[in-house]
Design a protein around this ligand. Structure first.
Ligand SMILES: [Zn+2]
Length: 260
C-alpha cells in the first residue's frame, strides 16, 4: 500500500517524488485520484515531477500543490532523450544530501529553474480519440464522446484532466516558484534531420548550447538561415505548435515564411 511504502522510504532516508503526475497512464492525478491527499500522505511528498505535457502554470490550478516543489525530468527510455527535461539546482556539490536540501530550500539551496518541453509538444497534452485518431486541440474537452466520431474511447489529455480536477478558476503560481523555461528539442524542428543534427552537435557540443546559447549567425553558418531561424524562433516561443495527445508528440507547424 502507498502509505506503507511512503513510511518505509522515509525510514530509510529516502525522498518521495511522484513522476509525470498528470499523465493518463499511471500518473497519480492522471489516473489515480483528483487529489494526491486521497492516496498519499502529502506531508511526506518531497516534490512532484510534472511530465512532458504540463508546466508550473498548469499545475498551479491545484491548491494542494502550492507548497510542493516541482521537478522536470525526462524518463530515460533512450540515451538520446535523457536530459531533454531537467532542473537547474543551486547546490554546493552534486550529492544526494544537497539535492534533498535543494528540494527543501535549506541553507540557500534551491531549485533555480525548470527546463522542459513546451507542454503542447508532450505526448499526452490534449485528449485523444483512439477510434478515429483525432487530437482535440480546441477548447477544453469535457465531453465523454468524441465530437468527431462519437466514440467513447477517449484518452484524456493532461490539460483536460487538470481543468477537470482543478479547484481554482485560473492558475495561481506562487511568487517563489522557479522560472520555467520551454524548449523545443532539435528533433522537432521541421527539416532538421540526423545529418544536420550531427553537424550542429559537432560544432556546438551539446543540444542545450544549440537551443539556448548559440547566436543565430553561428547556427546559420552550419545549417543555413532557414533552420537557424526556426531554432531561434523556438527559443523565443514564436513557433506555432499543434498539441500532442494519446501517445503522439505535438508538432511544430511549418510556417509559410520558413519554408520559402
Ligand atoms: Zn473519434
Amino acid at each position: 500500500p502507498a502509505l506503507e511504502m511512503q513510511a518505509e522510504i522515509k525510514a530509510r532516508g529516502g525522498l518521495i517524488v511522484p513522476a509525470h503526475v498528470f499523465t493518463p497512464h499511471k500518473g497519480i492525478y492522471g489516473s489515480t485520484a483528483p487529489r494526491m491527499g486521497e492516496v498519499l500522505d502529502t506531508s511526506l511528498v518531497d516534490a512532484v515531477e510534472l511530465g512532458l505535457s504540463s508546466d508550473s502554470s498548469m499545475a498551479s490550478y491545484i491548491r494542494e500543490l502550492d507548497h510542493v516543489p516541482f521537478l522536470t525530468n525526462s524518463d530515460a527510455h533512450s540515451l538520446g532523450k535523457i536530459g531533454r527535461e531537467y532542473n537547474e539546482l543551486q547546490v554546493a556539490a552534486p550529492s544526494f544530501d544537497e539535492f534533498r536540501m535543494a528540494l527543501q530550500g535549506e541553507a540557500g539551496r534551491s531549485i533555480a529553474a525548470n527546463y522542459g518541453l513546451n507542454p503542447r509538444l508532450g505526448k499526452y497534452h490534449r485528449t485523444y480519440c483512439a477510434a478515429c485518431g483525432s487530437i482535440m486541440d480546441e477548447q477544453a474537452m469535457s465531453a465523454e464522446r468524441c465530437p468527431h466520431c462519437g466514440s467513447l474511447k477517449l484518452v484524456q489529455g493532461v490539460l483536460d484532466r487538470i481543468l477537470a480536477i482543478s479547484d481554482r478558476e485560473s492558475p495561481h503560481v506562487p511568487a517563489n516558484r522557479p522560472a520555467y523555461h520551454y524548449q523545443v528539442p532539435l528533433e522537432f524542428i521541421p527539416g532538421l534531420g540526423k545529418a544536420k543534427l550531427r553537424q550542429l552537435l559537432d560544432h556546438f557540443g551539446t543540444e542545450m548550447n544549440v537551443l539556448h546559447r548559440t547566436r543565430e549567425e553561428e547556427l546559420a553558418a552550419v545549417v543555413g538561415p532557414v533552420l537557424a531561424g526556426l531554432i531561434v524562433a523556438a527559443r523565443k516561443g514564436q513557433l506555432e505548435l499543434s498539441s500532442g495527445g494519446g501517445g503522439t508528440y505535438g508538432k511544430v507547424a511549418v510556417q509559410e515564411k520558413a519554408s520559402e
